[in-house]
Write a protein that binds this ligand. Structure first.
Ligand code: MLT
Ligand code: ZN
Length: 458
């Protein structure tokens, strides 16, 4: 039987301990982080290196069996869990972190290396990883590159794509492509690393990444600003982007989310009363400049009459206390129910209109929905979390995403398309763009075994 022959072949590649067939062993790989997306896998296979990944893909290609690549399973659009009878290819054992190049600021890591661990090694060498996010202790570098993850420092360092100097990946037929180590400048031919970044595992399986690092900036100030409206938060964030070179994060959240976080995490509210909007600002430098950062940020905020009050933190513990109000939104929302997570970018001057339009749309079509907003306002990126819908109820999501498209925005700022946004993506992208993507998919994965159903129609 084809199925048994495939299992035998996979066991031959990775050994019996790394082919998980029992439902109990598979379970942790079959449901996404939010609990919204799940399916049954044929098995979960856990290779340890690039050769084994190639062997797994050759076996799956020969058996014409679909493969779902998976890193830390922190994705939010259903792209890394099975839809039915695929082989889940877990990259977590490819977790080698090579020694940091401390002179020039880069590191080569396996796809399964966890962001937090890479950051620890980078900081020990005086460098840092340019991308950071709340899931840092679970998210893997391979998954982050595959989804072109963003996070809280995009306004300073860009998304994952900007951190990749080179990568190595395995095509569906087992051939290995890419360049490790990568070079700072390399203008030879198509940018394969750029193409595979953000491809959500549909074109190849990323196995190793050469990351460019950024200087570690230990002097930091975090200020939480209370504001009377979202419009004021957008105005203040524009002023800060214009005037402060040391800015590394500009995040927004609102009283609904803050109340959830405080209840879930047992935190006190940051101020003696609630405000309609909150802006979390972080500035960073090195050379013992913390006090001058406080002065500079205080002086620019002092010129913004929209700021009602602030809480300022300089030492690491106080900074972490302020960041918790923002970082813990995701877990607090998940504790309140299974969210539909819409992650969108708008032109800065449409953000406020968009927020109003979504509220009136929801009042009309789904008044029972609870909406929790937060996001990276410095990038024009809002996270719209809808609670109270059925997991498979896509119509309300699609209505919100169509508003995004109508206002000139993007239906995915940083989470990707996955399966959650396939229909909206097909409506929002141009026909020639979609056809070009399908042609690339067919060229690199002619059998269509890599993450079928995700992102692109072959
Ligand atoms: C975040 O900004 O915290 C992440 O994108 C996760 C989320 O949207 O919940
Ligand atoms: Zn985010």
């Amino acid at each position: 039987m084809v199925g048994d022959a495939l299992i035998d072949a996979l066991v031959g590649v990775v050994g019996p301990a790394n082919v998980l067939i029992d439902a109990d062993l598979r379970a942790g790989y079959e449901t996404d982080w939010t609990g919204r997306f799940h399916g049954s896998a044929r098995c979960v296979v856990r290779p340890a290196n690039t050769d084994e990944v190639a062997g797994v893909l050759r076996a799956c290609s020969s058996a014409a069996t679909a493969v779902v690549p998976q890193g830390g399973n922190t994705g939010l659009v259903g792209g890394s869990v099975p839809r039915g009878a695929e082989v889940v290819l877990s990259l977590r054992r490819l977790d080698v972190i090579e020694p940091v190049d401390a002179r020039h600021g880069s590191v080569v890591v396996g796809a399964g290396a966890v962001l937090g661990a890479v950051r620890t090694d980078a900081r020990a060498a005086g460098w840092d990883v340019g991308v950071d996010m709340a899931s840092r202790d679970t998210a893997t570098i391979g998954g982050m590159v595959s989804t072109n993850a963003g996070g809280v420092h995009v306004l300073r360092y860009g998304s994952m794509r900007e951190q990749v100097l080179g990568l190595e990946a395995v095509l569906a037929d087992g051939r290995v492509v890419g360049r490790i180590p990568g070079l700072r400048k390399d203008n030879t031919g198509y940018d394969l690393a750029g193409l595979l970044t953000g491809a959500e595992g549909t074109l190849a399986v990323i196995t190793r990444v050469h990351l460019s690092l950024v200087p570690h900036l230990p002097d930091r100030v975090v200020t939480l600003c209370a504001l009377d409206s979202f419009a004021d938060a957008v105005t203040v964030s524009g002023a800060l982007r214009k005037k402060i070179d040391s800015l590394v994060a500009l995040e927004v959240f609102f009283p609904e989310g803050l109340a959830l976080v405080c209840e879930h995490a047992g935190l006190q509210l940051p101020f003696d009363r609630s405000y309609p909007a909150y802006l979390l600002v972080e500035c960073a430098a090195h050379g013992g400049r913390a006090n001058s950062l406080v002065e500079e940020l205080g002086s620019v905020l002092g010129e913004c009459p929209q700021v009602q009050t602030t809480a300022v933190a300089v030492d690491a513990t106080s900074r972490a206390r302020l960041w918790a109000y923002r970082d813990r939104h995701t877990e607090a929302i998940n504790a309140a129910g299974i969210p539909h997570k819409l992650d969108v970018t708008l032109p800065f001057d449409r953000l406020v209109d968009f927020e109003r339009a979504v509220r009136s749309y929801l009042d009309e079509v789904a008044p029972h929905t609870r909406v929790v907003w937060f996001g990276h306002v410095g990038d024009g990126n809002l996270h719209v979390n809808l609670l109270g819908l059925q997991p498979d109820e896509f119509a309300v999501d699609d209505g919100v995403l169509d508003l995004v498209t109508a206002m000139g925005g993007s239906i995915s700022a940083e989470h990707g398309i996955g399966i959650a946004k396939r229909a909206a993506f097909e409506r929002s992208a141009g026909a020639a763009d979609l056809a070009s993507m399908s042609a690339i998919k067919r060229a690199l994965d002619p059998g269509g075994i890599l993450n079928p159903g995700v992102l692109v129609t072959p």
